[in-house]
Design a protein around this ligand. Sequence first.
Ligand code: NAD
Length: 428
Amino acid sequence: MPHDQRDVFQDALLRLELASKYAKVDPETLLRLRQPKQFLEVSVPVRLDNGALRIFTGYRCKYDDTRGPAKGGIRFHQDVTVSEVKALAFWMTFKCAVAGLPFGGGKGGVIVNPRELSMAELERLSRGYIRAIAWAIGVDVDVPAPDVNTNGLIMAWMADEYSNVVGRREPGVITGKPVAMGGSLGRDDATARGGFFILKELEVKLGWDNRVRSRRIAVQGFGNAGEHFAGLSHADGYNVVAVSDSNGALYNPNGLDIGAMIAADHKPGLLPDLSLCGAGTRRISNAELLELDVDMLVPAAVENVITEANANKIKAKVILELANGPITVDADRMLDGREVIVIPDILANSGGVTVSYFEWTQNKMGYYWTAEEVRDRLALYMRREFSAVYELAKRHGIGMRMGAYAHALERLAPALESMGTAARYSKE
Ligand code: NAD
């Protein structure tokens, strides 16, 4: 079936099924993990600047909270669907377990193209959405964060609106806030930095020498995850040959001047003008970027970009999934067959939620860490969990994705099963 007709949530469940072979899991646990604990649909009326009323549809999913409060971002996008929100919440459940955080998984979304709204309309929508779901979230219940097309400013509006609803300041209810409002230092680039720590660990495992300049990297997406990842790897000496945004990609076989591109005036998520990206840079399409002959490909934009249609054309040796769900199940199988190393989203981009956990912890303590403390703790978490997944995958002779799911199941299963299973009840 073509990928655009596939149900992204069903794809996510398929992976659960496959991974369960490599972890000790009671069938009841799988049964419970096959559906979300709570799924909300809300309508959010917003008065537009021209006086008209527009109703937006929003969702919030609390997938599982056995290991702690649900945790997951809020996406503003015209293509948000029920299936996508459930899949993203499912992935958050596994991501928090892989990362060893005391959180379950959640996710939210609003069907909107935020570029069609003025700043004031966006604020009214953000506040309206939080009022609609306020009863279902909370610092020890479900803790949202930014995702595609949402950012620190939107989190600040949402945290403020939540305070208005409950009548007290509750900074830990949302993470990814501006630092001045209780956000954590180091949250901005945490997803990319976490992925970068993995790149450094993987380099050692693969025996790559330290001539990083000869390592070619292509990054799809130039938003929060993609831009920071390109910046960190470029600063470390890697040859970042291509980056893209929703309009297309820029390619330079000799390496893009990422430093200049980041410093250049550009809208968040969009590339600067071609003339600012280094001599010899040319435009290519997003599809061409994915098929470039590079050492590492970093999808950092949207899901389902590597499918049955292009999986065999991917030339990268390693794919680091900073985006959630960029590879379909069928494509995954094809890449596995060709021994392409895929570092799965639930591990590769877990740096974001890990620093969100640090933010939540600091909010609860009312005691704030330095940027260096945040970075050092993030390095500890990323290295520890990458090694655990790498070793588990090696032990079973499976890919890193199955390894990561099995590692997560090894944490989720004992938590769910500690409340009893059919086997235990039947003995009484
Ligand atoms: P963002 O909105 O900041 O950036 C998205 C980027 O993707 C932009 O450059 C945009 O132009 C580009 N893009 C949009 N549609 C595209 C398309 N069809 N083809 C190619 N490029 C397209 O979002 P982000 O926060 O960087 O998130 C990107 C991905 O990383 C998402 O899958 C998100 O779920 C995941 N992620 C982000 C974080 C985080 O902390 N920001 C954490 C974990 C996972």
